[in-house]
Design a protein around this ligand. Structure first.
Ligand SMILES: [Zn+2]
Length: 259
């Protein structure tokens, strides 16, 4: 048996526990006899993750939920294998993630990026339930409030537990955000709303889907919001931008007949 390295009371993170980087953050939340996973990572790291979970003395038969923060392949490729090993665990996520994962969709989930030669397996998996804004996941005496925080992806969820927010791909410790990409369903105005909600909340710690956890810093959040606000008006962001002021200026210049 391996000693549990709690990140916070009732919360372990698999990369942190393993002291090496396996992939996306996989949070194990536990109370009383029950436990759950928030994201699972790629299939090829799943065996290592499961063997660690066993060494930490969490019986597989007592896993209550397998949660998809959203449907990206690097977060949920192992979901089907995990469900096969733990059939009693409920697979849950946003309704849009359910649609993508039940279909084994490949573009929106980043399994297929043909221009970069990326082509990964995306095993389809059936959901046991969908969860959305305002729902609560109960685990022992713990309650995790479900926040719908679209922006990076339409299905992006975050989970509040006391002063902690499992914040998904909303923001990382360096102020970067999850990819903004039209083919992924990203939405910059929605992203700004989600970050504003996090900024205005009384959450104290952010537990992101990539990289280490960190204290919520409203100045950093504001800088990030301001950066994304600029993206809305830049051609760099193509169909994710809401307008391009240069073309309005050009309209005026053309109408004025200026040389
Ligand atoms: Zn991600």
């Amino acid at each position: 048996m391996q000693a549990r390295r709690d990140l916070f009371p009732h919360v372990l993170e698999i990369n942190h526990q393993a002291r090496r980087r396996l992939g996306c953050c996989v949070y194990l939340v536990y109370d009383a006899d029950e436990w759950m996973l928030i994201d699972l990572g790629y299939e090829d790291t799943w065996e290592d993750t499961v063997s660690l979970i066993r060494q930490l003395d969490f019986p597989l038969s007592q896993c209550r939920y397998l949660v998809a923060t959203h449907a990206d392949v690097d977060h949920v490729q192992a979901l089907r294998r995990a469900k096969e090993m733990m059939p009693q665990a409920k697979v849950v996520g946003h309704p849009h993630a359910k649609t993508l994962l039940e279909q084994g969709e490949r573009i929106e989930t980043y399994a297929e990026i043909s221009a970069q030669g990326i082509s990964l397996d995306m095993p389809s998996v059936k959901f046991d339930a969908t969860i959305d804004e305002g729902d609560v996941l109960e685990l022992g005496n713990l309650k995790l409030e479900v926040w719908h925080t679209p922006g990076h992806a339409p299905a992006q969820l975050a989970f509040r537990m006391g002063n902690l927010l499992f914040s998904g791909d909303n923001i990382y410790r360096d102020g970067c955000v999850g990819n903004i990409d039209a083919h992924h369903g990203s939405d910059i105005p929605g992203f700004i709303e989600s970050l504003t909600r996090i900024r205005d909340s009384d959450v104290e710690w952010l537990l992101p889907s990539h990289g280490p956890c960190f204290a919520k810093d409203n100045k950093q959040l504001q800088d990030t919001i301001d950066r994304l606000d600029r993206y809305q008006h830049m051609a760099d962001f193509g169909t994710c931008a809401v307008d391009w002021p240069l073309l309005d200026e050009w309209d005026e210049e053309l109408a004025r007949g200026s040389d």
